[in-house]
Design a protein around this ligand. Sequence first.
Ligand SMILES: [Cu+2]
Length: 281
Amino acid sequence: MRKAWSLFFLAAAVVAVAACWAAPGMHWWFPQKSPGGHAVSPLGNQIDDLFYLILVITSVTFIGTQAMLAFVLWKYEAAPGRRSAFTHGSHSLEVIWSVVPAGIMLFIALYQMDVWARYRIQSRFDPYAFEHPIAEVTARQFEWRIRYPAPGKTLQAKPQPDDLYTVNDFHIPLGRPVMFQLRSDDVLHSFFLPHHRVKQDAVPGMTIPVWFESTQTGEFELVCAELCGWGHYKMRGQITAQREEEFQEYLKKLSQSQFDDGVLAANAAGAQQAPAGEEKP
Ligand SMILES: [Cu+2]
């Protein structure tokens, strides 16, 4: 019977490795829009590399310990006449299995520091992006409110009369780092772009600068990754990455539609639907 347990624990390792191997092909892996499952931001790919590094270390450890467990169960199966030995353990073994994991943890902590700093430390942000935030994103139960500066203007901390607003629809220019200010109106939320590997908590009372860069045009998911109340599930927006000219054009159109007082549109409609028989100059 113990031999069956030995095989069971060995099978656990085999199944886990096989599942990881098959996962990308089955779309069970990272959110992907580009072939190969890569992130659509340069920093996202560096974060993926860190994930893979840790996955390799934990996999080797997991397979090693499972194989050892299976071996011990197989070899030292209970048998009539065999007596178990009593031991106080091995001091040197204990030192090894304390020092090696501590060393690995320290290595990971130091190795990931550069990626972490690029993402979080403001002095490491792209200077132009940092000086010119493209928008302010305010999370509230249960939507994302986006405030852009008027075309050609710089975002101010205080809302301006010519600011532009959208809800759950965030447009960004492609191919350069962009930064926005993240705020919350009520509770903790978390701004999460799965395809860009961007995740940042929105904290009430704080304005947090977040930057990322999209390397692919298109529409991507924006979700809340913090259980923020009953409507958390529907706190879903969309990121549209577009070329710089298209982005500027989008802002202009937004400005036109937002500040349309109805007179221009009414005039245009009136000109088209002039009553029959009326003489035109
Ligand atoms: Cu939320």
